[in-house]
Design a protein around this ligand. Structure first.
Ligand SMILES: [Zn+2]
Length: 162
C-alpha cells in the first residue's frame, strides 16, 4: 500500500466504489430485463444493503418509479420505517428534483452518485435541491464515483434507441 495516504480514506473510497458496482448491476438489469433507462440505486446502512432499486417507470406505469425512489421504498418495506438516518444512497446518476426531495424526507445521511445529469440533475448540475442549506435535514453529497461506467451505460442505451 502506498505510504503517506490515509488508509481510512482509501478504504472509504473503495467501499463507495464497491457499493456503486452493485448499483451499476441494477442499472444494467433495468435495461436488459425491463427495457428501462439504465439507472440503479442501493441504500446501505451499517455496512449492509437495506434497499435496492432500478428505473421502472415504463414497467409500472409510474412517473415516480425512479431507481432512488424504488430503493427507498424497498428499504421502507424491509426495515419497517420511513426514515433512514445514518444511511448512504448509491445511485448511478445524479438525482433529479423529485428524488432529491424523497432523499431528504427519508433523512438519508449521504448520497454518492456516478454520472452527472446536465438535463435534470438536482445536486448542483441544474438545480441545487439536494445541496441546499435551506432544508432542516442536510445530506452530504459525493459525485463522480465510477462516473464513466454509469454514463457509458446511458450513452449506449440512448444511442441504441435512436
Ligand atoms: Zn429521480
Amino acid at each position: 500500500m502506498a505510504s503517506g495516504r490515509d488508509p481510512g480514506m482509501n478504504a472509504g473510497a473503495d467501499a463507495d466504489a464497491a457499493w456503486m458496482r452493485r448499483a451499476l448491476e441494477l442499472a444494467r438489469h433495468a435495461e436488459e430485463h425491463d427495457g428501462e433507462v439504465p439507472v440503479g440505486a442501493v441504500l446501505v446502512l451499517d455496512g449492509a444493503i437495506v434497499g435496492e432499486g432500478w428505473n421502472r417507470n415504463i414497467t409500472l406505469d409510474d412517473p415516480t418509479a425512479h431507481a432512488e425512489v424504488q430503493a427507498l421504498r424497498d428499504a421502507g418495506r424491509r426495515l419497517g420505517n420511513y426514515r433512514f438516518p445514518g444511511s448512504t444512497l448509491y445511485v448511478t446518476l445524479e438525482p433529479c428534483v423529485m428524488c432529491a426531495g424523497a432523499i431528504i424526507h427519508a433523512r438519508v445521511a449521504r448520497v454518492v452518485y456516478g454520472a452527472t445529469d446536465p438535463k435534470t440533475g438536482a445536486a448542483g448540475s441544474v438545480f441545487d435541491t439536494l445541496v441546499s442549506d435551506r432544508h432542516n435535514h442536510r445530506t452530504a453529497v459525493v459525485g463522480g464515483v465510477l462516473a464513466e461506467e454509469a454514463a457509458g451505460l446511458l450513452t449506449r442505451f440512448f444511442r441504441s434507441r435512436r
